[in-house]
Every structure is written in structure tokens, then in C-alpha cells.
Design a protein around this ligand. Structure first.
Ligand SMILES: [Ca+2]
Ligand SMILES: [Ca+2]
Length: 184
């Protein structure tokens, strides 16, 4: 099923986004909020042109107020941590979903450690440029009403046959830093 995703109608909590298949398009996990079986969480793959496909058959959690992406085993694929119940009135639990997707897409990750902007530079942006355009990620602080936190290591999926042309870091201090090719 392919749908147009309108976050405001599906979720009054905060979705979490990451490129879990490294194809360059940011995908998203939408937690749901009630102890109702049909109101389960959804995992959407970004198909491009504002179309999303629900691929979360194995991640049907109810009463789930939050989720967060992080590459927990450092293999370049974003894993997912969610809270919630697997069945109606079951005990709530924290669940970790390992990303077992198989593809040869490339990725790049950045760990930002500021000097003037602090070692946890919330609001910093990384902008990378390659043949498909300019892509931006932001170093997040806590998000949502439950303060979930995605991985502070910033991750870009690159797809295949992509050569990065430039990388720029925009620090919260306002300093713009262009990385040289040997720095990434
Ligand atoms: Ca993707
Ligand atoms: Ca992983």
C-alpha cells in the first residue's frame, strides 16, 4: 500500500525519521498512542515524490508514545528502539529492532564535537552535496513530549554510485566549516 503521509492526522506524538535503507530518502516511524489494537505503530519507507509505503509488518506496537533510531551495532544501518505493548493490555516494554535489510547502498556518518559550540552541539547542521542535490541533517536535542532522542551521530544514506562533492558544518555559534576531502 502506498500512501501520502500527513503526519498531523496520523500521530499526535512525534514521529522519528532516519534513512533505514540508505537509499538517500528519509524514512519514518510513526508511534501510536492508545491501547487499541488497530491503532498500532507504522513504519514508512519513503518512495520519493512525497509517497510513503508502510513496511512495518513486524513492528506493530500499540500504546507506543515514542521511538528513536540509532545504529546500535555500528554496521551503517539504522536500528529502531520503541516503547509500547505488543497486544491489548499486555505489559508495556521497550523493544529493540535490529535492521536486517540487505542492500549495497552506501552511507556516511558524522560525529560532531564542538569547540565554541560545546561537545553536544544541538542545532548544528551538516550539509552534504552530491550529484543528487544538497542534503541537510541537524544535530537534535530531545524531541517530542516524551523527549525521545535519535542517535546523536548524524547519518546520511547515499544510495549507490554517489561521490560526495562537499561537506559543510554550520555550528550553533554561526561558524560555517567546510570540510576538506581528507576529513570525510
Ligand atoms: Ca530510505
Ligand atoms: Ca545497525
Amino acid at each position: 500500500m502506498t500512501v501520502f503521509l500527513i503526519f498531523g492526522f496520523l500521530n499526535w506524538r512525534i514521529s522519528s525519521s532516519a534513512d533505514f535503507d540508505n537509499d538517500g530518502l528519509v524514512d519514518t516511524y510513526v508511534p501510536q498512542t492508545y491501547n487499541i489494537e488497530y491503532a498500532h505503530s507504522l513504519l514508512f519507507k519513503n518512495k520519493g515524490n512525497f509517497r510513503f509505503e508502510d513496511v512495518g509488518n513486524g513492528i506493530r506496537v500499540i500504546d507506543s508514545y515514542a521511538g528513536a533510531f540509532a545504529d546500535l551495532n555500528n554496521n551503517g544501518r539504522q536500528d529502531l528502539v520503541v516503547s509500547g505493548r505488543l497486544k491489548l493490555n499486555a505489559e508495556p516494554s521497550l523493544r529493540v529492532y535490529k535492521n536486517i535489510s540487505q542492500n549495497s547502498n552506501n552511507f556516511i556518518k558524522f560525529k560532531l564535537l564542538g569547540e565554541q559550540s560545546g561537545t553536544y552541539p544541538v542545532g548544528a547542521q551538516i550539509r552534504i552535496k552530491h550529484k543528487n542535490g544538497i542534503f541537510v541533517r541537524q544535530f537534535e536535542g530531545n524531541t517530542g513530549t516524551l523527549n525521545q532522542q535519535n542517535d546523536p551521530i548524524i547519518h546520511f544514506g547515499l544510495g549507490r554510485n554517489v561521490e560526495i562533492q562537499s561537506v559543510q558544518v554550520v555550528w550553533p555559534s554561526g561558524i560555517k566549516q567546510n570540510l576538506k576531502s581528507h576529513q570525510f
